[in-house]
Write a protein that binds this ligand. Structure first.
Ligand SMILES: [Zn+2]
Length: 483
């Protein structure tokens, strides 16, 4: 590959969509599958998913969740037991009608989500209050047959996710569970992905079908669009009623359980790639990067041996400290090519080691996000690198936080809402009467929607009047364009 083919040619600022697609492909994260709407996740992309999975799965298990696995096919009669789900997902469901040459007696849905197959089993397994709380999670893929343009990790018919399903005796327990999972999603974004988020509640007309409350974390992308990054639902007793998820309490009374469900998909990878990457390629925080340090030795024939030996010593020391290192000693590539390639691949820190570094017992260290170059002592190099990981993380987080801070604006009328989002993107905060029709006014004009309302239903609205119809505001709405 020539240097030009290797590099990113599209501009993040001026052609965000094309740029994103190019970064995903050239950084070898994913390719397009032969069927529209599907992607092939390459090892580099999958490694990111695994890193994220590893964090979240650990936190789930620390807080009482166990993993299970349910079939990818769901009998039609099961989906129909919860009418709200069918209504919500029906046009997006893919159906299996044949097995081999034989038509099936009952169609099987490819799971769009698994409430309708998990809940009946949770009901079977729950007899008394001693069986609760019951907390299950599964890592799997689901299919939603949406006819939209394929956008790797953001828009695909099949996507990877986790779905957690829990049952509890009391409403407050189930509500705490809903919040605990939302907190864990927030922690993933804030502490691992270097993405500050907004947390809130979906408006009534946009919550998960059948849910009492749908909570969400929203991340603002550099192009001004919001990504719904994870949702956590308090389902009340509606699913438990539909699936007979009942238990006997301490007084032998039969009661209906309160349930929750919560999910995070690989869309979070899309948000990660989109937020930090630049016109040189992928940018990753050190917390999640599969390779954290690239060492590029720079030698002439007469210095090769000493430079390589010095670099190997450093690589060994970093690896012993648990840091993942790529010592790039390829003969056939020059250092400039290697720099570009490691930048494209988003390796957070690069070491440049030549005869000068060897002689002075130093290391030249370069931060991927901004190219800042610093000379450090060879001694205690692992501890030094850890400190630089924190610096790189802070640079990424601060830039994203600045973008978010600057892009939440108030507006008081439809022209103001339209003008503000049209010009700047980001979130518009305004008073809202609670009527979906007022959202439609904005949606029809610029495809912006209410992405969230404050979590606390009792919070005073930002303005006294609905910014669209001038009726009394019931709550605050945040409008944004979305992915
Ligand atoms: Zn209104």
């Amino acid at each position: 590959m020539s240097e030009q083919e290797l590099g990113i040619t599209e501009s993040k600022e001026y052609a965000t969509g094309d740029w994103y697609a190019e970064v995903v492909q050239k950084a070898k994260l994913a390719d397009y599958a032969p069927m529209g709407g599907f992607i092939v996740t390459r090892p580099r992309g999958y490694a990111l998913w695994e890193a994220l999975q590893d964090r979240l799965d650990g936190w789930f298990k620390e807080t009482g969740v166990t993993n299970a696995y349910f079939p990818m096919f769901i009998p039609e009669s099961f989906l129909e037991r919860e009418k709200d789900i069918v209504e919500g997902f029906d046009p997006e469901v893919a159906w299996v009608t044949h097995g081999g040459h034989d038509e099936l007696e009952e169609r099987l849905a490819v799971r769009p989500t698994s409430e309708s197959i998990i809940a009946p089993f949770m009901a079977q397994w729950t007899r008394s209050h001693r069986d609760l709380p019951l907390r299950l999670n599964q890592w799997c893929s689901v299919v939603r047959w949406e006819a939209t343009e394929t956008k790797p990790f953001f828009r695909t018919k099949e996507f990877l996710w986790q779905e957690g399903h829990t049952a509890h005796e009391a409403e407050d327990e189930a509500w705490n569970e809903t919040m605990l999972r939302l907190d864990q999603y927030e922690r993933l974004f804030e502490d691992e992905l270097a993405i500050p988020i907004m947390r809130g509640r979906k408006p009534e007309h946009d919550k998960f079908p059948g849910a009492h409350t749908t909570t969400t974390i929203e991340a603002l992308m550099p192009d001004g669009k919001s990504v719904q990054s994870a949702t956590s639902h308090y389902l009340g007793t509606s699913f438990a009623e539909a699936f007979d998820l009942t238990y006997t309490d301490e007084d032998e009374e039969e009661r209906v359980a309160h349930t929750t469900s919560w999910g995070l998909s690989w869309r979070s990878l899309g948000a990660l790639i989109m937020t930090h990457s630049d016109d040189q390629g992928l940018v990753l925080p050190p917390t999640i990067a599969p390779t954290q340090v690239a060492i590029v030795p720079i030698w002439q024939e007469d210095t090769k041996e000493e430079v390589l030996e010095y670099a190997e010593g450093i690589a060994g020391e970093l690896e012993a400290a648990g840091i993942s290192v790529d010592l790039d000693d390829r003969d056939e590539r020059n250092p400039g090519f290697k720099f570009n390639e490691h930048e494209l691949n988003g390796i957070p820190i690069r070491f440049e080691i030549g005869p000068h570094e060897v002689e002075d017992e130093e290391v030249t260290l370069v931060h991927r996000p901004d190219g800042e170059s610093i000379v450090e002592d060879r001694e205690d190099i692992a501890a030094t690198v850890e400190a630089h990981f924190d610096d790189v993380y802070d640079k990424l987080y601060d830039a994203a936080a600045e973008n978010l801070e600057e892009n939440v604006r108030e507006a008081e009328s439809p022209p103001e809402i339209l003008g503000t989002i049209g010009k700047h993107g980001g979130y518009v905060e305004c008073g809202w009467c609670g009527d979906e029709a007022c959202e439609t006014v904005i949606k029809d004009e610029i495809a912006a929607e209410i992405v969230m309302c404050p979590l606390d239903r009792d919070e005073e609205p930002a303005q006294e009047e609905c910014a669209i119809c001038d009726d009394a505001a019931e709550e605050t709405a945040y409008f944004a364009r979305t992915y």
